[in-house]
Design a binder for this molecule. Structure first.
Ligand code: T4K
Length: 378
């Protein structure tokens, strides 16, 4: 195999879904004319209703991002003390806890779902634990049944960080219906996005009302401030963008499925590469295309491939390396020792998220796959 030629332009891990400019401008014109730019305006209401419909949940509140939504969930349940969570996630997950004065306690993950292992969660629970914060990482559902049982046995809240899990179901049941609350991210790098944005889904009307108060400074009316809330509101410009993106989502999903199939076919004969999830049907938010790169004798193989791809102008990402438990603010906490997180440590050394978006052509996938093979062989 000859040395692959680098791409002329950088190829990133994702390319945000771009709605038709005309559709967006038409909506912006409405916003402009209305003179109403934020605070639950008509675009916001329309998007909230459309997403509730699409995700088949009744109590969804838009937020300005998933991090604020997670913090609002902590407030909603008045959590205190410690929260058991995963180290294999984006910094926002433990940071949302730390910003609420809660102590993250990291537990190890399951090698298949890459989400929290219920048995390891149970072992981490103490009298100070108030909740479990689990992540449906890469859109792959956690062991929701196992986690629910642990939460029930110990009378804990169960919150899901579903930042990667837009429109994912388990046996036909929307993922947002599990646990006490689920946060979604609509950041530009997500399949469905509003440039910046997020949502919180809860299970009943009373909680929904409280979430909406928390999102708007706790303001009930002009004279009554009922709760210590925050500014978690999504603007009309973001909501308008989201409505335009939503109109093109199904087409993007079809294209991403095709890209995933092309990668799987092109890389099927590489013994060092395994797909995550192993089977395309096994729950996949079409958010990322993670692979695991392993060769017994070479612990640094993933990093070698990552660096090599960058030289070819392919910017794959090592989500989520290093583990959050390695961050200076968390490394000395109970649970953070690498020996307690052996599966997560291993997975974080092996995962690479390849460029993945609808506009990635079959030809580009072939080129990237050939670069990968070249790097594995040399
Ligand atoms: N929980 C989990 C499990 C999460 O993964 C996240 C966020 C959150 C919670 C918090 O959600 P939010 O509060 O953000 O709603 C990106 C995103 O910024 C972040 O939202 C996301 N997870 C994370 C996995 O990815 P970075 O630091 O990797 O972003 P960045 O700027 O390096 O972008 C990645 C690539 O995407 C770039 O190389 C190019 C491309 N890109 C990016 C942007 C922003 C574009 O093509 N266009 C763009 O506008 O964090």
């Amino acid at each position: 195999m000859g040395i692959p030629q680098p791409f002329d332009l950088p190829v990133y891990v994702t390319k945000p879904l771009r709605p038709s400019l005309d559709a967006y401008v038409a909506r912006l014109t409405d916003v402009w004319n209305s003179g109403w730019y934020t605070n639950a305006g008509p675009q916001h209401q329309q998007l909230e209703a459309a997403l509730s419909d699409r995700l088949r949940v009744r109590h969804l509140s838009l937020f300005n991002n998933a991090t604020t939504a997670l913090m609002a969930a902590c407030r909603l349940f008045e959590l205190g003390g410690e929260v058991v969570t995963t180290p294999f996630t984006f910094p926002a997950t433990p940071h949302a806890l730390a910003w609420q004065g809660l102590q993250p306690v990291f537990a190890d993950i399951d090698p298949l779902t890459l989400g929290l292992d219920p048995a390891r969660v149970e072992a981490a629970i103490t009298g100070r634990t108030s909740a479990i914060l689990a992540v449906h990482v890469f859109g792959m559902p956690c062991d929701v049944k196992g986690l629910q049982e642990v939460a029930q046995r110990h009378n804990l809240r169960l919150i899901y960080d579903g930042a990667h899990a837009f429109d994912v179901s388990i046996d036909g049941r929307p993922l947002g219906m599990f646990g006490d609350a689920t946060a979604l991210s609509f950041h530009a790098t997500k399949l469905f996005h509003t440039a910046e944005g997020g949502a919180l889904i809860v299970g009943n009307a009373e909680r929904h009302v409280r979430v909406n108060l928390l999102r708007n400074f706790g303001i009930a009316d002009e004279t009554e401030v009922r709760l210590v809330g925050i500014n978690g509101k999504m603007s009309e410009l973001h909501a308008a963008f989201g409505i335009a993106v939503l109109g093109e989502l199904d087409a993007e999903r079809v294209k991403r499925r095709h890209v995933a199939r092309c990668y799987r076919a092109a890389l099927a004969d590489c013994p060092e590469i395994s797909f995550v999830p192993s089977d395309m049907q096994a729950g996949d938010g079409l958010q990322y295309f993670p692979i695991r790169i392993q060769r017994d004798s070479d612990a640094a193989l993933r990093d070698k491939v990552y660096e090599g791809l960058r030289r070819f102008r392919v910017h794959a990402r090592r989500y989520f390396y290093p583990l959050c438990s390695r961050f200076p603010d968390y490394m000395n906490l109970r649970g953070s020792a690498p020996g307690n997180l052996q599966v997560a440590e291993q997975v974080a050394q092996e995962i690479l998220c390849l460029p993945f978006y609808g506009d990635l052509s079959g030809q580009d996938v072939t080129r990237i796959s050939e670069m990968l093979k070249y790097l594995l062989e040399t």
